[in-house]
Design a protein around this ligand. Sequence first.
Ligand code: CMC
Length: 447
Amino acid sequence: MANSVTTDRNAAASTSAATMKDTLTVVDNRTGKQYELPIKDGSIRAMDLKQIKTSADDFGLVTYDPAFMNTASCRSTITYIDGDKGILEYRGYPIEQLAESSNYLEVAYLLLFGELPTREQLDQWTEDIKAHWLLHENIKKLMEGFQYDAHPMGVFLSTVGAFSTFYPDAKQIFEEASRRKQVHRLIAKVPTIAAYAYRHSIGRPYVYPDDELSFTGNFLNMLFKRTELKYKVSPVLERALDILFILHADHEQNCSTSAMRGIGSSHVDPYSAMAGAAAALYGPLHGGANEAVLRMLQEIGSINSIPGFIKRVKAGEGRLMGFGHRVYKSYDPRAKIVKRTADQVFDVTGKNPLLDIALELERIALEDDYFISRKLYPNVDFYSGLIYQAMGFPVTMFPVLFAIPRTSGWIAQWEEMLLDPDQKITRPRQLYVGPQRRDYVPLNKRG
Ligand code: CMC
Protein backbone atom coordinates (compact mmCIF):
# COMPACT_ATOMS: atom_id res chain seq x y z
CA MET A 1 0.00 0.00 0.00
CA ALA A 2 1.37 3.40 -0.94
CA ASN A 3 1.37 5.91 1.87
CA SER A 4 0.60 8.98 -0.22
CA VAL A 5 -2.64 7.87 -1.82
CA THR A 6 -3.21 9.05 -5.40
CA THR A 7 -5.65 7.61 -7.92
CA ASP A 8 -3.41 8.49 -10.87
CA ARG A 9 -0.44 6.59 -9.62
CA ASN A 10 -1.68 3.32 -8.22
CA ALA A 11 -4.07 0.56 -8.95
CA ALA A 12 -7.17 2.43 -7.78
CA ALA A 13 -7.62 4.05 -11.20
CA SER A 14 -7.57 0.78 -13.16
CA THR A 15 -9.75 -0.98 -10.58
CA SER A 16 -12.36 1.72 -10.83
CA ALA A 17 -12.29 1.47 -14.63
CA ALA A 18 -13.07 -2.27 -14.38
CA THR A 19 -15.94 -1.91 -11.92
CA MET A 20 -17.19 1.28 -13.60
CA LYS A 21 -18.28 2.86 -10.35
CA ASP A 22 -16.20 4.81 -7.85
CA THR A 23 -18.30 3.85 -4.86
CA LEU A 24 -18.22 1.55 -1.86
CA THR A 25 -21.33 -0.35 -0.81
CA VAL A 26 -21.65 -0.90 2.92
CA VAL A 27 -24.26 -3.10 4.56
CA ASP A 28 -24.92 -2.42 8.23
CA ASN A 29 -25.74 -5.85 9.64
CA ARG A 30 -27.22 -4.27 12.75
CA THR A 31 -30.06 -2.76 10.72
CA GLY A 32 -29.84 -4.48 7.33
CA LYS A 33 -29.55 -1.06 5.69
CA GLN A 34 -27.27 -0.52 2.69
CA TYR A 35 -25.25 2.61 1.95
CA GLU A 36 -23.32 3.68 -1.10
CA LEU A 37 -20.30 5.83 -0.32
CA PRO A 38 -18.34 7.76 -2.98
CA ILE A 39 -14.65 6.85 -3.41
CA LYS A 40 -12.32 9.68 -4.38
CA ASP A 41 -8.53 9.53 -4.59
CA GLY A 42 -8.59 6.01 -3.16
CA SER A 43 -10.45 7.08 -0.04
CA ILE A 44 -13.90 7.35 1.47
CA ARG A 45 -14.81 10.34 3.60
CA ALA A 46 -15.08 9.47 7.27
CA MET A 47 -17.99 11.95 7.49
CA ASP A 48 -19.94 9.77 5.02
CA LEU A 49 -20.00 7.06 7.69
CA LYS A 50 -21.88 9.32 10.07
CA GLN A 51 -25.17 8.57 8.26
CA ILE A 52 -24.83 4.91 9.33
CA LYS A 53 -26.94 4.80 12.48
CA THR A 54 -28.99 2.30 14.43
CA SER A 55 -31.52 4.93 15.52
CA ALA A 56 -32.25 8.63 15.03
CA ASP A 57 -30.40 9.61 18.22
CA ASP A 58 -27.37 7.42 17.44
CA PHE A 59 -24.28 9.63 16.83
CA GLY A 60 -23.42 7.61 13.72
CA LEU A 61 -20.48 5.41 12.81
CA VAL A 62 -16.96 6.76 13.37
CA THR A 63 -13.60 5.22 12.49
CA TYR A 64 -11.15 4.22 15.23
CA ASP A 65 -7.58 4.84 14.11
CA PRO A 66 -5.11 5.47 16.93
CA ALA A 67 -1.83 6.91 15.61
CA PHE A 68 -3.56 7.55 12.25
CA MET A 69 -2.34 4.29 10.76
CA ASN A 70 -4.81 4.44 7.88
CA THR A 71 -6.32 7.90 7.88
CA ALA A 72 -5.53 10.65 5.38
CA SER A 73 -5.83 13.97 7.18
CA CYS A 74 -5.41 16.18 4.13
CA ARG A 75 -5.04 16.36 0.37
CA SER A 76 -1.53 17.51 -0.44
CA THR A 77 0.53 18.35 -3.51
CA ILE A 78 3.88 18.60 -1.74
CA THR A 79 5.50 15.23 -1.08
CA TYR A 80 4.80 11.76 -2.48
CA ILE A 81 5.96 8.59 -0.75
CA ASP A 82 5.51 4.99 -1.83
CA GLY A 83 6.62 3.10 1.24
CA ASP A 84 6.64 -0.32 -0.42
CA LYS A 85 8.74 0.74 -3.37
CA GLY A 86 11.00 3.12 -1.44
CA ILE A 87 9.99 6.19 -3.47
CA LEU A 88 10.19 9.76 -2.19
CA GLU A 89 9.41 12.76 -4.38
CA TYR A 90 9.07 16.48 -3.66
CA ARG A 91 6.50 18.08 -5.98
CA GLY A 92 7.05 15.13 -8.33
CA TYR A 93 10.87 15.31 -8.43
CA PRO A 94 12.64 12.13 -7.22
CA ILE A 95 14.73 12.66 -4.09
CA GLU A 96 17.72 11.00 -5.79
CA GLN A 97 17.75 13.65 -8.56
CA LEU A 98 17.34 16.51 -6.11
CA ALA A 99 20.15 15.17 -3.91
CA GLU A 100 22.36 14.80 -6.96
CA SER A 101 21.75 18.12 -8.69
CA SER A 102 19.94 20.61 -6.47
CA ASN A 103 20.75 22.46 -3.28
CA TYR A 104 18.78 23.04 -0.10
CA LEU A 105 17.65 26.61 -0.82
CA GLU A 106 16.34 25.61 -4.24
CA VAL A 107 14.52 22.62 -2.72
CA ALA A 108 12.99 24.87 -0.05
CA TYR A 109 11.70 27.11 -2.87
CA LEU A 110 10.31 24.07 -4.68
CA LEU A 111 8.50 22.84 -1.57
CA LEU A 112 7.03 26.25 -0.83
CA PHE A 113 6.11 27.45 -4.31
CA GLY A 114 5.51 24.17 -6.14
CA GLU A 115 7.97 24.68 -9.01
CA LEU A 116 11.73 24.86 -9.43
CA PRO A 117 12.80 28.52 -9.55
CA THR A 118 14.16 30.27 -12.64
CA ARG A 119 17.63 31.79 -12.26
CA GLU A 120 16.06 35.15 -11.48
CA GLN A 121 13.66 33.69 -8.93
CA LEU A 122 16.45 31.75 -7.24
CA ASP A 123 18.65 34.85 -7.01
CA GLN A 124 15.80 36.85 -5.49
CA TRP A 125 14.93 34.01 -3.10
CA THR A 126 18.56 33.70 -1.97
CA GLU A 127 18.75 37.46 -1.45
CA ASP A 128 15.51 37.42 0.57
CA ILE A 129 16.85 34.67 2.80
CA LYS A 130 20.20 36.36 3.35
CA ALA A 131 18.40 39.59 4.23
CA HIS A 132 16.86 37.81 7.20
CA TRP A 133 19.53 35.55 8.64
CA LEU A 134 20.68 37.95 11.37
CA LEU A 135 18.95 37.56 14.74
CA HIS A 136 17.54 40.45 16.74
CA GLU A 137 20.10 41.24 19.45
CA ASN A 138 17.46 40.65 22.12
CA ILE A 139 17.04 37.09 20.84
CA LYS A 140 20.74 36.65 21.47
CA LYS A 141 20.26 37.90 25.03
CA LEU A 142 17.34 35.56 25.51
CA MET A 143 19.47 32.63 24.39
CA GLU A 144 22.22 33.64 26.78
CA GLY A 145 19.78 33.03 29.63
CA PHE A 146 19.80 29.27 29.07
CA GLN A 147 21.99 27.05 31.24
CA TYR A 148 25.40 26.35 29.66
CA ASP A 149 24.48 22.65 29.32
CA ALA A 150 20.94 23.22 28.00
CA HIS A 151 20.08 20.76 25.24
CA PRO A 152 20.36 22.72 21.95
CA MET A 153 17.04 21.31 20.75
CA GLY A 154 15.31 22.71 23.85
CA VAL A 155 17.00 26.04 23.17
CA PHE A 156 16.01 25.84 19.51
CA LEU A 157 12.32 25.19 20.03
CA SER A 158 12.02 27.75 22.83
CA THR A 159 13.68 30.42 20.69
CA VAL A 160 11.45 29.67 17.70
CA GLY A 161 8.43 30.05 20.01
CA ALA A 162 9.84 33.33 21.35
CA PHE A 163 9.94 34.70 17.79
CA SER A 164 6.17 35.16 17.98
CA THR A 165 6.78 37.90 20.56
CA PHE A 166 9.31 39.63 18.30
CA TYR A 167 7.19 39.49 15.16
CA PRO A 168 3.56 40.14 16.13
CA ASP A 169 2.79 40.82 12.44
CA ALA A 170 3.02 37.06 12.01
CA LYS A 171 -0.54 36.82 13.31
CA GLN A 172 -1.76 38.09 9.91
CA ILE A 173 -1.75 34.56 8.59
CA PHE A 174 -4.27 35.22 5.82
CA GLU A 175 -2.21 38.05 4.32
CA GLU A 176 0.11 36.66 1.71
CA ALA A 177 2.76 39.36 2.15
CA SER A 178 2.91 38.66 5.88
CA ARG A 179 3.19 34.91 5.31
CA ARG A 180 6.04 35.49 2.81
CA LYS A 181 7.91 37.52 5.38
CA GLN A 182 7.60 34.85 8.07
CA VAL A 183 8.71 32.22 5.54
CA HIS A 184 11.87 34.22 4.80
CA ARG A 185 12.51 34.84 8.47
CA LEU A 186 12.04 31.23 9.50
CA ILE A 187 14.15 29.64 6.77
CA ALA A 188 16.89 32.25 7.23
CA LYS A 189 17.02 32.38 11.00
CA VAL A 190 16.85 28.72 12.01
CA PRO A 191 20.53 28.03 11.17
CA THR A 192 21.55 31.11 13.12
CA ILE A 193 19.56 29.97 16.17
CA ALA A 194 21.08 26.50 15.84
CA ALA A 195 24.61 27.88 15.59
CA TYR A 196 24.10 30.20 18.56
CA ALA A 197 22.66 27.34 20.62
CA TYR A 198 25.81 25.36 19.86
CA ARG A 199 28.23 28.22 20.55
CA HIS A 200 26.39 28.96 23.78
CA SER A 201 26.82 25.34 24.89
CA ILE A 202 30.60 25.53 24.43
CA GLY A 203 30.96 29.07 25.73
CA ARG A 204 32.22 30.62 22.50
CA PRO A 205 31.18 34.04 21.17
CA TYR A 206 28.51 34.03 18.48
CA VAL A 207 29.56 34.41 14.84
CA TYR A 208 27.38 36.64 12.71
CA PRO A 209 26.11 35.36 9.33
CA ASP A 210 28.32 36.01 6.31
CA ASP A 211 26.52 37.06 3.10
CA GLU A 212 29.35 35.85 0.93
CA LEU A 213 28.74 32.23 1.87
CA SER A 214 26.16 29.69 0.77
CA PHE A 215 23.34 28.61 3.10
CA THR A 216 25.26 25.61 4.44
CA GLY A 217 28.68 27.31 4.15
CA ASN A 218 27.42 30.16 6.30
CA PHE A 219 26.01 27.69 8.82
CA LEU A 220 29.34 25.87 9.12
CA ASN A 221 31.09 29.23 9.47
CA MET A 222 28.77 30.32 12.31
CA LEU A 223 29.38 27.02 14.06
CA PHE A 224 33.07 26.42 13.73
CA LYS A 225 34.83 29.77 13.09
CA ARG A 226 37.42 30.57 15.73
CA THR A 227 39.91 33.45 15.64
CA GLU A 228 40.97 33.10 12.01
CA LEU A 229 40.06 36.00 9.72
CA LYS A 230 38.16 33.78 7.31
CA TYR A 231 37.02 30.27 8.23
CA LYS A 232 37.74 27.91 5.35
CA VAL A 233 34.64 25.84 4.66
CA SER A 234 35.40 22.41 3.21
CA PRO A 235 33.47 22.15 -0.08
CA VAL A 236 32.92 18.41 0.51
CA LEU A 237 31.40 18.98 3.96
CA GLU A 238 29.40 21.96 2.70
CA ARG A 239 27.93 19.80 -0.08
CA ALA A 240 27.34 16.83 2.24
CA LEU A 241 25.39 19.05 4.62
CA ASP A 242 23.41 20.43 1.68
CA ILE A 243 22.49 16.87 0.63
CA LEU A 244 21.45 15.98 4.18
CA PHE A 245 19.35 19.14 4.32
CA ILE A 246 17.65 18.22 1.01
CA LEU A 247 16.86 14.72 2.33
CA HIS A 248 15.33 16.08 5.53
CA ALA A 249 13.35 18.96 4.01
CA ASP A 250 9.94 17.28 3.98
CA HIS A 251 8.36 13.90 4.60
CA GLU A 252 4.62 14.50 4.26
CA GLN A 253 2.35 13.84 7.27
CA ASN A 254 4.88 12.66 9.86
CA CYS A 255 4.51 13.35 13.59
CA SER A 256 6.03 16.87 13.61
CA THR A 257 4.32 17.97 10.38
CA SER A 258 1.00 16.75 11.74
CA ALA A 259 1.76 18.82 14.86
CA MET A 260 2.51 21.86 12.67
CA ARG A 261 -0.75 21.44 10.77
CA GLY A 262 -2.75 20.61 13.90
CA ILE A 263 -1.48 23.57 15.92
CA GLY A 264 -1.64 25.86 12.87
CA SER A 265 -5.27 24.86 12.33
CA SER A 266 -6.16 26.97 15.38
CA HIS A 267 -4.85 29.95 13.34
CA VAL A 268 -2.02 30.70 15.73
CA ASP A 269 1.09 32.40 14.24
CA PRO A 270 3.60 30.12 12.45
CA TYR A 271 6.33 30.56 15.10
CA SER A 272 4.11 29.18 17.86
CA ALA A 273 3.01 26.35 15.58
CA MET A 274 6.60 25.58 14.64
CA ALA A 275 7.74 25.49 18.27
CA GLY A 276 5.24 22.65 18.69
CA ALA A 277 6.42 20.91 15.53
CA ALA A 278 10.04 21.14 16.71
CA ALA A 279 8.99 19.69 20.08
CA ALA A 280 7.44 16.73 18.26
CA LEU A 281 10.64 16.28 16.27
CA TYR A 282 12.71 16.24 19.48
CA GLY A 283 11.38 12.81 20.54
CA PRO A 284 13.65 9.75 20.11
CA LEU A 285 11.11 7.98 17.89
CA HIS A 286 11.24 10.87 15.40
CA GLY A 287 14.04 13.44 14.85
CA GLY A 288 15.75 12.51 18.09
CA ALA A 289 16.51 9.09 16.60
CA ASN A 290 19.83 10.14 15.04
CA GLU A 291 21.05 11.17 18.49
CA ALA A 292 19.74 7.90 19.92
CA VAL A 293 21.57 5.92 17.18
CA LEU A 294 24.89 7.46 18.12
CA ARG A 295 24.36 6.81 21.82
CA MET A 296 23.36 3.22 20.98
CA LEU A 297 26.50 2.67 18.87
CA GLN A 298 28.66 4.12 21.65
CA GLU A 299 26.94 1.89 24.18
CA ILE A 300 27.49 -1.23 22.04
CA GLY A 301 31.12 -0.17 21.88
CA SER A 302 32.56 -3.08 19.89
CA ILE A 303 31.62 -5.55 17.18
CA ASN A 304 31.83 -8.41 19.70
CA SER A 305 28.97 -6.93 21.70
CA ILE A 306 26.57 -6.80 18.72
CA PRO A 307 25.05 -10.31 19.01
CA GLY A 308 24.21 -9.71 22.68
CA PHE A 309 22.68 -6.34 21.82
CA ILE A 310 20.54 -7.83 19.01
CA LYS A 311 19.39 -10.55 21.40
CA ARG A 312 18.22 -7.93 23.89
CA VAL A 313 16.37 -5.99 21.17
CA LYS A 314 14.62 -9.17 20.06
CA ALA A 315 13.65 -9.86 23.65
CA GLY A 316 11.91 -6.48 23.69
CA GLU A 317 14.58 -4.73 25.80
CA GLY A 318 14.94 -1.59 23.71
CA ARG A 319 14.93 -0.93 20.00
CA LEU A 320 17.51 -0.95 17.26
CA MET A 321 17.50 2.82 16.76
CA GLY A 322 17.70 4.03 13.17
CA PHE A 323 15.77 0.96 12.02
CA GLY A 324 12.13 0.73 11.01
CA HIS A 325 9.69 3.25 9.66
CA ARG A 326 5.94 3.70 9.75
CA VAL A 327 5.81 4.19 6.00
CA TYR A 328 8.87 2.59 4.37
CA LYS A 329 8.50 -1.16 4.35
CA SER A 330 11.25 -2.01 1.86
CA TYR A 331 13.96 0.61 2.34
CA ASP A 332 14.22 4.28 3.10
CA PRO A 333 15.55 5.92 -0.11
CA ARG A 334 17.13 8.65 2.02
CA ALA A 335 19.21 6.08 3.92
CA LYS A 336 20.86 4.92 0.67
CA ILE A 337 21.91 8.47 -0.20
CA VAL A 338 23.13 9.14 3.34
CA LYS A 339 25.28 6.01 3.25
CA ARG A 340 26.89 7.14 -0.01
CA THR A 341 27.42 10.65 1.35
CA ALA A 342 29.06 9.19 4.47
CA ASP A 343 31.84 7.69 2.34
CA GLN A 344 32.59 11.10 0.79
CA VAL A 345 32.66 12.78 4.20
CA PHE A 346 34.91 10.12 5.73
CA ASP A 347 37.38 10.66 2.87
CA VAL A 348 37.86 14.18 4.27
CA THR A 349 37.39 13.70 8.00
CA GLY A 350 38.73 10.18 8.39
CA LYS A 351 36.45 7.25 9.15
CA ASN A 352 34.15 7.49 12.12
CA PRO A 353 35.28 4.62 14.38
CA LEU A 354 31.63 3.75 15.03
CA LEU A 355 31.08 3.04 11.33
CA ASP A 356 32.30 -0.55 11.60
CA ILE A 357 29.83 -1.24 14.39
CA ALA A 358 27.00 0.33 12.35
CA LEU A 359 27.87 -1.69 9.23
CA GLU A 360 28.04 -4.94 11.16
CA LEU A 361 24.82 -4.15 13.00
CA GLU A 362 23.09 -3.51 9.69
CA ARG A 363 24.50 -6.70 8.16
CA ILE A 364 23.34 -8.87 11.05
CA ALA A 365 19.91 -7.21 11.31
CA LEU A 366 19.22 -7.56 7.59
CA GLU A 367 19.81 -11.31 7.84
CA ASP A 368 17.77 -11.82 10.97
CA ASP A 369 14.21 -13.07 10.73
CA TYR A 370 13.00 -10.75 13.52
CA PHE A 371 13.85 -7.68 11.42
CA ILE A 372 13.00 -9.24 8.03
CA SER A 373 9.53 -10.40 9.09
CA ARG A 374 8.74 -6.96 10.54
CA LYS A 375 10.14 -5.19 7.47
CA LEU A 376 12.66 -3.23 9.53
CA TYR A 377 15.36 -1.58 7.43
CA PRO A 378 17.81 1.25 8.14
CA ASN A 379 16.11 4.63 8.02
CA VAL A 380 17.55 8.09 7.33
CA ASP A 381 18.83 8.38 10.88
CA PHE A 382 20.96 5.25 10.92
CA TYR A 383 23.96 6.79 9.16
CA SER A 384 23.31 10.54 9.34
CA GLY A 385 24.56 10.75 12.94
CA LEU A 386 27.88 9.18 11.93
CA ILE A 387 28.35 11.93 9.34
CA TYR A 388 27.40 14.68 11.76
CA GLN A 389 29.79 13.33 14.36
CA ALA A 390 32.63 13.08 11.84
CA MET A 391 31.94 16.70 10.87
CA GLY A 392 32.46 17.73 14.48
CA PHE A 393 28.90 18.11 15.76
CA PRO A 394 28.13 16.92 19.29
CA VAL A 395 25.25 14.41 19.41
CA THR A 396 22.93 16.89 21.11
CA MET A 397 23.02 18.98 17.92
CA PHE A 398 21.70 16.14 15.74
CA PRO A 399 17.97 16.81 16.15
CA VAL A 400 18.63 20.51 15.53
CA LEU A 401 20.32 19.57 12.26
CA PHE A 402 17.10 17.79 11.33
CA ALA A 403 14.94 20.77 12.32
CA ILE A 404 16.80 23.34 10.18
CA PRO A 405 15.83 21.85 6.80
CA ARG A 406 12.49 20.47 8.00
CA THR A 407 11.48 24.10 8.58
CA SER A 408 10.81 24.49 4.84
CA GLY A 409 8.58 21.40 4.83
CA TRP A 410 6.72 22.49 7.95
CA ILE A 411 5.89 25.92 6.57
CA ALA A 412 4.98 24.60 3.12
CA GLN A 413 2.57 22.16 4.79
CA TRP A 414 1.29 24.87 7.15
CA GLU A 415 0.52 27.22 4.26
CA GLU A 416 -1.14 24.44 2.25
CA MET A 417 -3.33 23.65 5.28
CA LEU A 418 -4.28 27.31 5.77
CA LEU A 419 -5.36 27.75 2.15
CA ASP A 420 -7.20 24.43 1.90
CA PRO A 421 -10.97 25.04 2.01
CA ASP A 422 -11.47 21.46 3.31
CA GLN A 423 -9.52 22.21 6.50
CA LYS A 424 -10.91 23.36 9.83
CA ILE A 425 -9.52 23.37 13.34
CA THR A 426 -8.18 19.87 14.04
CA ARG A 427 -10.38 18.07 16.47
CA PRO A 428 -10.47 14.26 16.40
CA ARG A 429 -13.24 12.21 17.95
CA GLN A 430 -12.71 9.69 20.75
CA LEU A 431 -14.38 6.48 21.80
CA TYR A 432 -15.30 7.06 25.42
CA VAL A 433 -14.81 3.81 27.36
CA GLY A 434 -14.76 5.24 30.91
CA PRO A 435 -17.33 4.96 33.72
CA GLN A 436 -21.01 5.64 33.11
CA ARG A 437 -22.51 8.71 34.77
CA ARG A 438 -22.35 8.46 38.56
CA ASP A 439 -22.95 10.81 41.48
CA TYR A 440 -20.22 12.64 43.36
CA VAL A 441 -19.39 11.05 46.71
CA PRO A 442 -18.29 13.43 49.51
CA LEU A 443 -14.79 12.72 50.87
CA ASN A 444 -16.00 11.45 54.26
CA LYS A 445 -18.28 8.90 52.58
CA ARG A 446 -15.68 7.31 50.31
CA GLY A 447 -14.64 3.79 51.23
N1 CMC B 1 13.89 -2.18 16.72
C1 CMC B 1 13.31 -3.33 17.12
N2 CMC B 1 12.03 -3.63 16.87
C2 CMC B 1 11.30 -2.72 16.21
C3 CMC B 1 11.84 -1.50 15.77
C4 CMC B 1 13.20 -1.24 16.04
N3 CMC B 1 13.77 -0.10 15.64
N4 CMC B 1 10.89 -0.78 15.12
C5 CMC B 1 9.78 -1.53 15.17
N5 CMC B 1 10.03 -2.72 15.83
C6 CMC B 1 9.10 -3.82 16.03
C7 CMC B 1 8.11 -3.51 17.12
O1 CMC B 1 8.56 -3.94 18.38
C8 CMC B 1 6.90 -4.29 16.65
O2 CMC B 1 7.12 -5.64 16.92
P1 CMC B 1 5.88 -6.60 17.36
O3 CMC B 1 4.98 -6.64 16.16
O4 CMC B 1 6.50 -7.90 17.72
O5 CMC B 1 5.23 -5.91 18.54
C9 CMC B 1 6.95 -4.14 15.11
O6 CMC B 1 8.34 -3.95 14.82
C10 CMC B 1 6.16 -2.95 14.59
O7 CMC B 1 6.59 -1.78 15.30
P2 CMC B 1 5.69 -0.52 15.57
O8 CMC B 1 6.23 0.18 16.77
O9 CMC B 1 4.25 -0.94 15.58
O10 CMC B 1 5.96 0.33 14.24
P3 CMC B 1 5.60 1.85 14.04
O11 CMC B 1 5.28 2.01 12.63
O12 CMC B 1 4.60 2.29 15.05
O13 CMC B 1 6.98 2.57 14.43
C11 CMC B 1 9.06 3.64 14.31
C12 CMC B 1 7.82 3.17 13.52
C13 CMC B 1 9.96 4.43 13.37
C14 CMC B 1 8.60 4.56 15.46
C15 CMC B 1 9.79 2.40 14.88
O14 CMC B 1 10.21 1.56 13.82
C16 CMC B 1 10.95 2.78 15.77
O15 CMC B 1 10.76 2.99 16.97
N6 CMC B 1 12.20 2.85 15.20
C17 CMC B 1 13.34 3.29 15.98
C18 CMC B 1 13.34 4.81 16.07
C19 CMC B 1 13.77 5.45 14.77
O16 CMC B 1 14.75 5.05 14.17
N7 CMC B 1 13.02 6.49 14.38
C20 CMC B 1 13.34 7.29 13.19
C21 CMC B 1 12.30 7.18 12.13
S1 CMC B 1 12.89 7.85 10.57
C22 CMC B 1 13.05 9.55 10.85
C23 CMC B 1 11.78 10.23 11.01
O17 CMC B 1 11.04 10.38 10.01
O18 CMC B 1 11.48 10.67 12.12
